[in-house]
Ligand binder design. Structure first.
Ligand code: GTP
Length: 597
C-alpha cells in the first residue's frame, strides 16, 4: 500500500540554526540532486520562470528513498520563517505527521525554537530533536539537550547530533523520519479533502498553491471547490517538486503537491483553506481557517506627489503575492494623497516599505504605524479603527479594545532584570519565568501589540547586548484605557501625527513627541509652536525660535554666482521638504519622528 510508504515532515528552527542547510543535505542525500545540480537548480529556477514555467520552492520537496527494499516518499514541507506568519506555520505543520526540530548546539534553544515547537506539539506531531553544528568547537551538546527538555518538556535522549554543513549523521536523520514519523492516515475513496499549505502568484501561471491531500484523490481536469469562497475552478496541472518541478496526473491521499487551476487572485486560495471536489464535496472542512487579516496599519505617501501613480502600481504588484496586504486610498492634510496600508505584522510592514524603495525605486514616507482597534460605542455598535484620526469623540466611546500578543523571550540570566523592566514599561502582564539552564531564562509575557510595533526589538537587543531572542503570537483583543493624542503645529492639527495612547502614558509620550519634533523641525523664518492635546486639554508645549539670519545676508552685494548657487540649493532643499501646516520638514526628519515614539 503506497500510503504506508509516505512520510510528511517539516523542519522547524530558530533563524540561522541551519534549516536551509539541512534541507539541502537531505535533498543531496536522497539523491534527488547532487551538489552541482543543486547550484544549477537555483539558476534553473530563475530560467524556468523566465520560460513561463512555475516558480519552484526549493524547500518544499518530494524526496524518494529506498530502505530495506521499500521505496519511501518523503515530503518535506516548507514553513515560513517569521513571527508574522504564526498562523501559516501552524497550517503547514498541520499538513505533516512529524517534524525535525533543529537546534544549533552553539546557541541552544531560542525563542523561535520554542514558538515553533509549541505549534508542532499543538498539532500532535512526532517531534525529532536534531542538534546541529556539532562540528564547531563551541558546540555544547549536553547543555542543548537539557535546554530542550526543560524548555519544551520533551525527551531529548533520542535526539540526533549532526553537522548539516559536513553532512555528518544525515543518514540517521533520514532513518528517524522513516522509523519514527507515522505514515499519513486518510481514505482514498472518501470525498476529496485537501488543505492549502502555501500559495503564491506566478507571473505566467497565476496562483500556484500547495496542498496536502487528507482524503480522496485529486486529478487533472477535476472541478475543484474552494471551501471558504465556494468558487469553482478546473484543475489544469498537478505536480510536485523534487525540487525540480514534475507534472503528475493525480495526487492521492497522504500526498503533497502543487495545483494550478487558473486562479487569478491570491485571496482565492489562501493558507488553511479546504479544497474539495465540486461534484462530491466533503462535509468536513478543516477547522480554524482564517482569512489573512492585517493587524498593523500605516499611511504610505510618495515623497514626490508625481510618484503617486507609481506607488499605486507598485502596491498593486505587491498585493498579488501578499493576501494580507490591504491598500486603501487616503488623503492626509499634511501629506497629501497616499494609501492606508494594512500588514500582517511589523516585519511584513518593514519588508513592504523596503521593497517599495529598493525594487521600485520609490521614495515613500510612512506614518507612525497603528494597530487595529475595536471600539465599542455607546449606541451598542462596535467598529474597527485602523487610523487614530478616525477615533470618535470620547463621549461616544464605551470601551476600546486592542490586540494583544503572547511573547516568548530567551535571554542570558544576567539581563532578566532589565528585560522585565522593559516589559513592564510596555504594559506587559507576566505569565511565566523559567530557567532553562543555569544561565538562560525563558520569559513569557502578554503585551499589547501596539507596544512592540516600533522600538521594542531594538531595545530588547541593546538591553541584552544582542543575546536575547524574541517571538510572539497573536492572542486576542483586550479592553484598555486608551485615548487620542493630537499634535498641533502653530495651532494646526497635524492628522498624521495623531496617536492612540494609553492614558497612563499620554503625558510622557506627548513630551517625547514634542521633544523629537523640536529636534527635527529646522528653524523657520517664524516662531513655531508645538502642542500636544488630549481630550481637549493641552498637556505639553514646546517652541522653536525663529531663524535670525537670512541665508543671503552673508553675500549681500557680493559674488552673484554664489548667490545663485545658494538660492538653487535652497530651492532643492525645499523640494525635499514635507509641509506640515506651514512648516517644512525633511523626509529624514519625518522618518525619525515616525520611528521614535
Ligand atoms: P534562515 O534561512 O535565515 O532561517 O536560516 P537557516 O536556519 O535556514 O540557517 P542556514 O541553513 O542558512 O544556516 C545558517 C548558517 O549556519 C549558515 O552560514 C550555515 O553555513 C551555517 N551552518 C548550518 N549548519 C551548520 C553546521 O552543521 N556546522 C557549521 N559549522 N555551520 C553550519
Amino acid at each position: 500500500d503506497k500510503q504506508k510508504l509516505i512520510r510528511n515532515f517539516s523542519i522547524i528552527a530558530h533563524i540561522d540554526h541551519g534549516k536551509s542547510t539541512l534541507a539541502d543535505r537531505l535533498i543531496e542525500f536522497t539523491g534527488a540532486l547532487d551538489k552541482r545540480e543543486m547550484k544549477e537548480q537555483i539558476l534553473d529556477n530563475l530560467e524556468v520562470e523566465r520560460k513561463h514555467g512555475i516558480t519552484v520552492k526549493a524547500q518544499t520537496a518530494r524526496l524518494e528513498y529506498e530502505k530495506d527494499g521499500q521505496k519511501y516518499i518523503l515530503n518535506m514541507i516548507d514553513t515560513p520563517g517569521h513571527v508574522d506568519f504564526g498562523y501559516e506555520v501552524s497550517k503547514s505543520l498541520k499538513a505533516c505527521e512529524g517534524c525535525l526540530l533543529v537546534v544549533d548546539a552553539t546557541q541552544g534553544v531560542e525563542a523561535q525554537t520554542i514558538a515553533n515547537a509549541y505549534l508542532a506539539i499543538d498539532n500532535d506531531l512526532e517531534l525529532i530533536p536534531v542538534i546541529n553544528k556539532i562540528d564547531l568547537p563551541s558546540a555544547d551538546i549536553e547543555k542543548t539537550k537539557s535546554e530542550i527538555e526543560d524548555a519544551l518538556g520533551i525527551d531529548a535522549k533520542e535526539s540526533i547530533e549532526i553537522s548539516a554543513k559536513s553532512g555528518l549523521n544525515i543518514d540517521k536523520v533520514v532513518d528517524a523520519i522513516i522509523d519514527r514519523i507515522p505514515p499519513p492516515k486518510g481514505e482514498n475513496n472518501a470525498p476529496l479533502r485537501a488543505l492549502v499549505v502555501d500559495s503564491w502568484y506566478d507571473n505566467y501561471r497565476g496562483v500556484v498553491f500547495i496542498v496536502r491531500v487528507f482524503d480522496g484523490e485529486l486529478k487533472v481536469g477535476d472541478k475543484i471547490l474552494v471551501y471558504s469562497t465556494k468558487k469553482e475552478y478546473d484543475v489544469e496541472e498537478l505536480g510536485f517538486f523534487t525540487p525540480k518541478s514534475k507534472k503528475t496526473d493525480k495526487l492521492s491521499t497522504g500526498e503533497v503537491g502543487y495545483v494550478i487551476a487558473n486562479i487569478k487572485n491570491i485571496q482565492d486560495a489562501t493558507v488553511g483553506d479546504t479544497i474539495t471536489l465540486a461534484k462530491n464535496p466533503t462535509d468536513r472542512p478543516f477547522e480554524g481557517f482564517q482569512k489573512p487579516k492585517p493587524f498593523v496599519f500605516a499611511g504610505l505617501y510618495p515623497l514626490n506627489p508625481e510618484d503617486y501613480d507609481d506607488l499605486a502600481e507598485a502596491l498593486e504588484k505587491l498585493q498579488l503575492n501578499d493576501a494580507s496586504l490591504t491598500v486603501e486610498k487616503e488623503k492626509s492634510e499634511s501629506l497629501g494623497f497616499g494609501f492606508r496600508c494594512g500588514f500582517l505584522g511589523v516585519l511584513s510592514m518593514n519588508i513592504t516599505r523596503e521593497r517599495l524603495e529598493g525594487e521600485f525605486g520609490l521614495d515613500v514616507v510612512m506614518t507612525t504605524p497603528s494597530v487595529l482597534y475595536k471600539v465599542e460605542l455607546t449606541n451598542g455598535e462596535t467598529i474597527e479603527i485602523s487610523n487614530p484620526s478616525e477615533l470618535p469623540q470620547p463621549t461616544k466611546i464605551k470601551a476600546i479594545y486592542e490586540p494583544m500578543v503572547e511573547t516568548e523571550i530567551i535571554t542570558p540570566a544576567e539581563f532578566v532584570g532589565n528585560i522585565i523592566k522593559l516589559l513592564q514599561d510596555k504594559r506587559g502582564q507576566q505569565k511565566e519565568i523559567l530557567y532553562i539552564a543555569t544561565d538562560r531564562v525563558l520569559i513569557k509575557y502578554k503585551v499589547p501589540l501596539a507596544e512592540i510595533l516600533v522600538d521594542f526589538y531594538d531595545k530588547l537587543k541593546s538591553l541584552s547586548r544582542g543575546y536575547a531572542s524574541f517571538d510572539y503570537e497573536f492572542s486576542g483583543f483586550e479592553a484598555s484605557d486608551l485615548t487620542k493624542l493630537i499634535i498641533l503645529i502653530n495651532s494646526k492639527e497635524i492628522d498624521s501625527f495623531s496617536l492612540i495612547v494609553p492614558k497612563e502614558k499620554a503625558y510622557r509620550i506627548a513630551r517625547e513627541v514634542l521633544k523629537n519634533l523640536k529636534q527635527y523641525i529646522p528653524k523657520q523664518l517664524f516662531e513655531v509652536r508645538l502642542q500636544a492635546k488630549v481630550g481637549g486639554k493641552i498637556i505639553a508645549k514646546e517652541t522653536i525660535g525663529a531663524l535670525r539670519k537670512d541665508v543671503l545676508a552673508k553675500c549681500y552685494g557680493g559674488d552673484i554666482t554664489r548667490k545663485k548657487k545658494l538660492l538653487e540649493k535652497q530651492k532643492e532643499g525645499k523640494k525635499k521638504l514635507k509641509q506640515l501646516g506651514n512648516v517644512g520638514i525633511s523626509k529624514e526628519a519625518f522618518i525619525k519622528l515616525v520611528e521614535i515614539k
